[in-house]
Design a protein around this ligand. Sequence first.
Ligand code: NAD
Length: 246
Amino acid sequence: DMDLIKRASHMIRKSSKTFVLTGAGISTESGIPDFRSPNTGLWENIDPMEALSTTVLYNYPKKFYSQGYKILLDMKDAKPNRAHYVLAEMERMGFISGIITQNIDNLHQKSGSQYVLEVHGNTREGSCINCGKKVDLDVLTEKVNNNEIPPRCDNCHGILRPDVIMFGDMLPEDFNIALEEVENGDLLIVIGSSLVVAPVNYLPQMAKKLIIINSDSTAMDFCADLIINESASAALEAILYELKVE
Ligand code: NAD
């Protein structure tokens, strides 16, 4: 709908500090399944809320490394899609100040975005729960492949874990920074998130102005100033075009 696209680009032009909040839906076009699209059936045998929980990570490490960990590794080779590239370009052009992402797939960084707050962690690193030493995630993978489950720290023999926020974990410092950025900003654009996961879904409720871009409805549609029900790439390409010609 061209009218919605025009209104969105107008709101972006008027705003002096715009942040973007992304969820799994921005990466489905890169081949990474999300958790809550209707009828995808991709998680038929695995409940991600269980497989990626602290309970399974700490109490059933064999189960964690045969299920949840595989979901994480599957993201490592994905490539950014047009939606990620448009956001990187919008940052270069000065239309957005940064990205807050719930994703752990590294695709915003791969597409060239500079300021990215990762509120659910990342799949690049792991760390020791005892001494805090950080290691490349490949170090964990190698140990797991050598049947060292759970993988242990070379420093202190503590347990190594991925730096991904599991269900049951506290959020990292990036989330506190995100709260401040949204509080000080004047526009938030949410892209590809069902917005059912707290506390990240506080962010759209705090935003002064809110645009939601999502294939279908979200839990926070009631507080949006503008809703665009389209794919992330189509909507963002149209908005970028409009920003360039306006
Ligand atoms: P979600 O799965 O709950 O919601 C995704 C939303 O995106 C759905 O409402 C869906 O309709 C919409 N969507 C799907 N494809 C789209 C497209 N091409 N364009 C626009 N909208 C589209 O995702 P969430 O809200 O991010 O919550 C899932 C949690 O699981 C997150 O916290 C995240 O950390 C994690 N997760 C991450 C990844 C990833 O890193 N790529 C993938 C799956 C899950």
